[in-house]
Ligand binder design. Structure first.
Ligand code: NAP
Length: 289
């Protein structure tokens, strides 16, 4: 039976680190501040943004909460980003995605000053990540690495298989894992990979980030592999108050029988994302002094 990785506790440690670095900055007269921009009222986005704002305040940081109507124009949003870029009291800018369909996300992300790009989605941040240079690393992939590190799961020489190649999870994660200091051998799978199990069965570290509930079954996992489940999927559940429950990309009960480590959903990777965001905001503020 696998060791269940307690993402909540590990995230708690990272949040404490963010809070203590914040306290040190405050002594120098700087309060780390993240501007959180939300356009529209998508319920999932509202709940993510609310959770981020709460975590910032708990760590002693400032959250500048900017809510815009879904009909906001692209030009208005770009003007707002530019004004936040110029505002020296704002250290990080987070524009919650997805944006309403009439707004080009690429344009908005590229408008953010890379020094304030705490989500790590700006092309400059992406380039730095690929080149192995310092810069902001997207929070979820960075959270996955922190879990591996905290659990002392060896990465050097390990074969890591990442299922998913999105710009926010799979792709940056693969680029991180292949860095010299991490030294994994990386395979990236996607919908064009054909027999997914052929690849996943070779993984010492299997990272599922496909957004498909229960995609990874026990027969697709090597005995003793570490399984990191990034997927957060709502599946109907009439016994649950909200009518759904959260399920990961791995079939938890059967995969846990075979793996050496596994992250639960919820309570695994999810809490790490916000914790790593807090650390990115503190870093942005530290870089500004
Ligand atoms: P996404 O943009 O939809 O990307 C999914 C990726 O998985 C794509 O590259 C897709 O391949 C691949 N894929 C989908 N079905 C597949 C299959 N059957 N076999 C192989 N590859 C498959 O999703 P995302 O934004 O990366 O998110 C992935 C999951 O992580 C979601 O459940 C999301 O909710 C969750 N997530 C969690 C956190 C967290 O904090 N825990 C943060 C972000 C995301 P193609 O490229 O070929 O389409």
């Amino acid at each position: 039976m696998a060791i269940i990785i307690d993402g909540k506790t590990i995230a708690g440690k990272k949040r404490e680190e963010a809070a203590s670095r914040t306290a040190a900055l405050k002594k120098k007269g700087v309060t780390p501040c993240l501007a959180v921009v939300l356009a529209g009222e998508d319920p999932a986005s509202v709940s993510y943004v609310t959770a981020k704002e709460k975590a910032l305040l708990e760590a002693g940081m400032e959250s500048r909460d900017i809510r815009l109507p879904a009909a906001v124009s692209e030009e208005e949003l770009l003007a707002l980003v530019n004004s936040l870029n110029r505002d020296v009291s704002v250290h990080g800018i987070l524009v919650q995605l997805p944006l309403p369909a009439h707004i080009r996300e690429d344009r908005v992300i590229t408008a953010i000053d890379p020094a304030k790009d705490v989500d790590g989605f700006h092309p400059v941040s992406v380039g730095n990540l690929i080149l192995g240079r310092p810069g902001f690393i997207p929070c979820t992939p960075n959270g996955v690495l922190a879990l591996l590190e905290e659990m002392r799961i060896p990465t050097a020489g390990a074969h890591a298989v990442v299922v998913g190649r999105s710009n926010i999870v799979g792709r940056p994660l693969a680029n991180l894992l292949v860095r010299k200091e991490i030294n994994a051998t990386v395979t990236v799978c996607h919908t064009g990979s054909g027999d997914l199990g052929l690849y996943t069965r070779q993984a010492d570290i299997l990272i599922a980030a496909a957004g498909k509930p229960g995609l990874i079954t026990a027969d697709m996992v090597k005995e003793g592999a570490a399984v990191i489940d990034v997927g957060v999927n709502r599946v109907p559940d009439t016994s649950a108050k909200k009518g759904f429950r959260l399920k990961g990309d791995a079939d938890f009960d059967t995969v846990a029988e075979k793996a050496s480590y596994i992250t639960p959903v919820p309570g695994g990777v999810g809490p790490m994302t916000i914790a790593m965001l807090l650390l990115n905001v503190v870093s942005a503020a530290e870089n500004s002094v």
